[in-house]
Design a binder for this molecule. Structure first.
Ligand code: ADP
Length: 249
């Protein structure tokens, strides 16, 4: 599904916290079907940008367009319903339920709105089958019966991604998906993001530059709330301004 149309864009996106401008006139264009990384030093405005895109914060100025629709004034749940979903946003993981139960509940909420004890057995079986498919997609088949709280950290993040995928998003926002992980988990999550992105768009904030270089089609570098550079890893990593501001060399 790699084509060049823009699924998400911002125009002059700005967030002013009582005089401190955390995001300052950002124009972002994310192409459908790509993996797009947002990087930059601490305090650059990455998290604020994510909060603006999912409408957890309202911008002071500017517009956000998703699939051509102006979503600037929408509520977070409406943005999610349109298909722009942040991992760990709505899909809270219930710590004392199993992996299978967690994914099944996420699917039931997506399809049915609320819980319904009176669903037919065949509908429940359908949820079960789909949940097992999603669990397999994120590499958790052998953990399906595990209680979420007992999962190793990297597997827990995979479960969070599975419950997010249950919402069937067209575009996924991933907030530091490999934070706090060891090599093995990082490799596993990176492979998972590649698979997830095969038929979706992914925008991620990520600190690990080898993950960024391995996964990203496009990288936007933010510093002090502004876009400093944009392009593929080669372009961005050889940009002298980026090296100075971001990598400190
Ligand atoms: P990053 O995610 O790139 O580290 P953030 O978006 O978290 O950056 O923060 C950007 C800047 O905005 C920081 O200087 C931070 O202190 C400031 N900031 C973030 N949220 C608030 C807030 N609610 N009120 C005031 N300042 C904030």
């Amino acid at each position: 599904m790699k084509n060049n149309d823009i699924i998400l864009s911002t125009e002059d996106l700005t967030k002013d916290f009582a005089g401190f401008v955390a995001v300052n006139g950002v124009d972002l264009q994310v192409k459908r079907g790509t993996i797009h990384a947002l990087i930059g030093p601490n305090g650059a405005g990455k998290t604020t940008c994510f909060n603006l895109l999912t409408k957890f914060l309202s911008p002071s100025r500017g517009r956000i367009l998703f699939k051509g629709e102006d979503i600037t004034a929408l509520q977070p749940a409406d943005v999610a319903r349109l298909g722009l979903v942040r991992s760990f946003q709505i899909s809270a993981v219930f710590p004392h339920m199993s992996v299978l139960e967690n994914v099944r509940i996420a699917l039931q909420r997506q399809r049915g709105g609320s819980f319904d004890f009176w669903r037919s057995a065949s509908t429940l079986n359908e949820f079960n089958d789909r949940a097992l498919e999603l669990i397999a997609d994120v590499g958790l088949s052998s953990f399906a019966d595990w209680v979420a709280v007992e999962l190793p950290y990297g597997r827990k993040r995979a479960l969070e991604i599975a419950t997010t995928l249950a919402l069937d998003p067209e575009m996924l926002l991933l907030d530091e998906p490999t934070a706090g992980m060891g090599h093995e988990d990082i490799d596993r999550i990176a492979q998972l993001i590649k698979r997830v992105a095969a038929d979706r768009t992914v925008l991620m904030v990520e600190h690990n530059l080898s993950v960024v270089s391995d996964l990203s089609d496009t990288i936007t570098v933010l510093t002090r709330g502004r876009v400093l550079a944009e392009g593929n890893y080669e372009t961005v990593s050889t940009n002298p301004d980026v090296r100075e501001a971001y990598m400190g060399v």
